[in-house]
Design a protein around this ligand. Structure first.
Ligand code: ATP
Length: 235
């Protein structure tokens, strides 16, 4: 399973937010994109998820061109976005949030999928009758992962999962993302928190003002090198 983004351009009027970006996400791996505010990371993910169409370039899922297809078509092909800010439904319970993620499946499949999410993230099982809005930030991020998992994705696009979280919980959330990749999902994660994300990533790219300016293997990418590439646009 593979998601390939090739030479993608995303513009907002005269603003060229994404300029010729190419990225690959493969099953079982975490591909990390680091970049400062406004680098074009969210625009890239939102286009890959079908919320934006982009101007040119390609979004290829398992060999099939998908750029311009809508989000529900992407979900059917196994590509799902975990949005920035999590976007959980605060007044609903944990379990109701998960059910919403599985709206396409039969009732029996939904129950099975919920059970699998609780196995992977036991804290969600413990809190299943609790209101999602009362969860801690880290738990809400786990819920956002869990809700995305309900559609049995093969590619998960994760938009800044560490955003707004206490430092003590960031690594737990990163470990959650790693465990999702280890279960065979292709993860494409964008982040500003280089230190935490590099620990769990396989491949890393740095995005600066709409372009990929550096790529490498995460295990060999020192924080120092990454910051040097980012230069003034420090993370
Ligand atoms: P952040 O970490 O702040 O989400 P990012 O790397 O995800 O940043 P994008 O949100 O993709 O970056 O934004 C890239 C550029 O496109 C920025 O210059 C931003 O101001 C601009 N931009 C984003 N969304 C819009 C929009 N709807 N209309 C106009 N310009 C936009």
């Amino acid at each position: 399973m593979m998601l390939e983004i090739n030479d993608l351009e995303v513009h907002y009027g005269a603003v060229r937010a994404v300029r010729g970006v190419s990225l690959v996400a493969a099953a079982g791996r975490v591909a990390l994109v680091l970049g400062a505010n406004g680098a074009g990371k969210s625009s890239t993910l939102r286009t890959a998820a079908g919320f934006l169409h982009g101007e040119s370039g390609s979004i290829v899922v398992d060999g099939e061109e998908m750029r311009g297809k809508r989000a529900h078509a992407m979900v059917r092909r196994g590509v799902v976005l975990v949005p920035e800010g999590r976007k959980i439904f605060a007044p609903l319970t944990v379990e109701e949030n998960l059910r919403l993620g599985g709206y396409r499946a039969s009732r029996r499949d939904v129950s099975r999928a919920i059970g699998e999410v609780y196995e992977q993230f036991p804290i969600l099982g413990e809190r299943r009758k609790g209101m999602a809005g009362l969860l801690s930030g880290g738990e809400q991020q786990m819920l956002a992962f869990g809700r995305a998992l309900m559609s049995k994705p093969r590619v998960m696009l994760m938009d800044e999962p560490s955003m707004g979280l206490a430092p003590s919980i960031v690594q737990t959330v990163m470990d959650g993302a790693r465990s999702i990749a280890d279960s065979g999902v292709a993860v494409l994660m964008v982040e500003q928190n280089a230190e935490a994300a590099l620990r769990i990533a396989d491949d890393v790219s740095v995005m600066t003002r709409g372009s990929i300016t550096w790529t490498g293997v995460a295990a060999e990418a020192s924080l120092h090198a990454v910051h040097a590439v980012l230069g003034d646009t420090a993370l």
